[in-house]
Design a protein around this ligand. Structure first.
Ligand SMILES: C[S@@+](CC[C@H](N)C(=O)[O-])C[C@H]1O[C@@H](n2cnc3c(N)ncnc32)[C@H](O)[C@@H]1O
Ligand code: SF4
Length: 424
């Protein structure tokens, strides 16, 4: 997929869940001979929980999400919660003795779940594995599904961070995006969210159909009025297998979206937000710990329909993916194994996989972390590192490796250098 966008500026990918990383190659059939990675310590472990339903499918969205028929109560909540717990239990042998540092309910629309369901899931997790007392526990919510009592119940269940999919405050753009909420509901949802959660994120998108630079900046201003600790600003991308891909709307040209991006970054910097990842901005101390763990190549269990996991063991790096269709996932979990594809990331691929995550971080990464988390020495990627430096894509010294502004703009070209087959 990376090759397809070579020599074009990087599109901002959504990183709320490992499912959303568009460049991750699909897990292949098992290649158990490939392994040559070695770990002396295991990285922090996160838990991702996928909720695969939405009230309606948005025309731009390629997440594993399915429209519910009828009212919100129509999701098979009891059966799904039981399947999630079974899936979690089946994963335990691969993570014995470890502790969970963060939890993320992503979707789809996790705010379709009742407070009781969230409570049951978190209680089941705590009963089966240590959960760090200060663990960040995030839940994604769609403003069209917000009820004050429910938010209160999520908080009581242990959720301590809320992420709201606002997208825009402009009624015309919300309509063009096929959202189930208008701007009034978006504002109300934020008020409800911040009355229950100190720590919250607002998702916005820019480069929307027929959007002007001023309109994109007006959305940022409207979001800033709520003083969110964290903001995500995604460049709208036309993903294959979406309605927008089949029937493309008129989008602003590349110059305007580059302008939007630049001005959004400048406004947010002026308001004290640290632009720490391609699309993520945070007030000091409010970076998303769960997503940072993905970007720093930590481990994660992924439970639920279509969820991906990455789990290190002393001598191998496992990657797994669950069955995608909710009904099939529930059947398989009940039968004892919801994992559809299990694979190993071998020494040949691990450098690329690491860089694909860590080079999204504007501040880069501690050079020692590479050997610790990738399980191969940094010399394994010496040639591509040298090539990247020569092309002005990265800066590096013995302590830190970081993308330059040029490397960030052409992230796909930078990552291409680390592909196993790349000639550098
Ligand atoms: C799982 S959704 C968030 C929760 C909820 N499903 C919602 O949409 O309100 C994650 C975020 O990804 C972003 N997103 C989804 N599809 C996108 C696309 N094609 N291009 C850019 N951003 C996208 C949106 O900002 C969305 O809020
Ligand atoms: S509500 Fe969110 S996950 Fe659901 S279809 Fe829309 S963007 Fe995708």
């Amino acid at each position: 997929m990376i090759g397809a966008v070579l020599s074009s500026p990087v599109a901002t990918a959504r990183e709320s869940s490992p499912l959303t990383t568009p460049s991750v190659p699909a897990p292949r059939a098992s290649r158990l001979t490939q392994s040559a990675v070695r770990f002396t310590a295991l990285p922090p472990l996160s838990l991702y929980i996928h909720i695969p339903w939405c009230m309606k499918k948005c025309p731009y969205c390629d997440f594993n999400s399915h429209a519910v028929r009828g009212a919100r109560g129509d999701i098979p909540e009891r059966e799904y919660v039981a399947a999630l717990i079974a899936d979690f239990e089946q994963t335990l042998p691969r993570v014995w003795g470890r502790r969970i540092h963060s939890v993320f309910f992503g979707g789809g629309t996790p705010s379709l779940l009742s407070g009781g369901a969230v409570d049951e899931i978190l209680a089941a997790v705590r009963a089966r594995m240590p959960l760090a007392p200060d663990a960040e526990i995030t839940l994604e919510a769609n403003p069209g599904t917000v009820e004050a009592q429910r938010f209160h119940d999520y908080r009581a269940a242990g959720v301590n961070r809320l992420s709201l999919g606002i997208q825009s405050f402009n009624p015309r753009h919300l309509k063009a995006l096929g959202r189930i909420h208008d701007d009034t509901e978006a504002r109300r949802a934020i008020e409800v969210a911040r009355s229950h959660f100190d720590n919250f994120n607002l998702d916005l998108m820019y480069g929307l159909p027929d959007q002007t630079v001023d309109e994109a900046l007006a959305d940022i201003d409207a979001a800033l009025a709520f003083a969110p600790p964290h903001l995500s600003a995604y460049h709208l991308t036309l993903e294959p297998n979406t309605y927008f891909h089949r029937y493309p709307p008129t989008l602003p040209d590349d110059d305007s979206t580059a302008d939007m991006q630049q001005q959004i970054e400048a406004v947010l910097a002026g308001r004290g937000y640290d632009h720490y990842e391609t699309s993520a901005f945070a007030k000091p101390g409010a970076q998303c710990r769960h997503n940072l763990n993905y970007w720093l190549f930590g481990d994660y269990i992924g439970i639920g329909a279509g969820a991906h996991g990455k789990i290190s063991a002393p001598d191998r790096l496992l990657r797994e993916a669950r069955y995608r269709q909710p009904a099939q996932f529930m059947d398989k979990a009940a039968a004892g194994n919801a994992v559809q594809v299990a694979d190993e990331i071998g020494a040949a691929d691990v450098g690329f996989e690491f860089m694909m995550n860590a080079l999204r971080l504007n501040g880069g990464f501690d050079a020692r972390l590479f050997a610790e988390r990738a399980g191969v020495p940094l010399t394994a990627v010496l040639k591509p590192l040298q090539a990247a430096e020569q092309r002005g894509f990265i800066t590096r010294d013995p302590l830190r490796i970081a993308p330059t502004p040029l490397g960030r703009r052409f992230l796909n070209d930078l990552l291409q250098l680390f592909l196993p087959a790349a000639k550098v």
